[in-house]
Design a protein around this ligand. Sequence first.
Ligand SMILES: [Cu+2]
Length: 296
Amino acid sequence: MPRTSSRRRFTSGGGGVAKAALRPIDGGAQIARYVVALADLAPGLTIVQRTVNGRLGLVAQRELDPQPSGGGALVQAGGDGGLLERPLAHDALDIAPAERFDVDVDFARFRPGTRVRLLNRLGEGRTTEVMCFDVSSARSDGDARVPERLSSIERLDPGRATTTRTFRFQLSAHHGWTINGEPYRPGRPSARPRLGDIEVWRFITDVHHPVHVHLDPFQVVGRNNGGPGPYDAGWKDTVDVRPAGGVGVAVRFTDHAEAFMLHCHNLEHEDMAMTADFTTTRTRASRRRAGASPWR
Ligand SMILES: [Cu+2]
């Protein structure tokens, strides 16, 4: 059963997207006073005992209430860039703006008659409750289990990176929300990666910035001083960088030699041009290697 949820913020008159200031929540994470559009769908949706698949994309900490015995109710099968290699079970999902997760929930793990709510632990009031499911005693046909093996993902080895670049996402006293202290000027590349090369890009933040890179997906190789976090698996195009955080990603651009951009995906920061351009360049070797990418 496909479900799509999105976040919108309305004025009290019901029109337009308000431009209210962001306010800090949860130790500095910046989220706005959002209304979750699907909150009005609940309650009353009846689900047979089977697996439903959800693709979630909200700034939120998603969690089912109640939890099934043993936890791990949110089984992640995919991320921004497609299927993971193996499913990952989560008790809760932290989702930044523009991040996507393909999640399966096996409602056979709940007793018939249970009302299961999908909650946003970072919401308030009615925005806490996203939707709910009434588990019926009807049995679904077929095997709804998530396969143990979902795909195979080529690892971009950061040890083979030809270049390491650092992008600091920060508020500047003179230029507002900036990357490396520079205001956005379209057409001025801040990097010139060569097509086919593996590069490591480091994203450093002052406050919470979800970083989105255009053209090719990347793989998270480290977070702060450790390895990737629980929500970093698979091919990604957006990574959630927490306040005063650092995330390293391995990226390989394989497609067009052109100008592209990376930017913060907080809508308010994006609207204030927290963006930088990069220009991919073609080499003779990159022409030979270009055919190897599954992303072309
Ligand atoms: Cu930002």
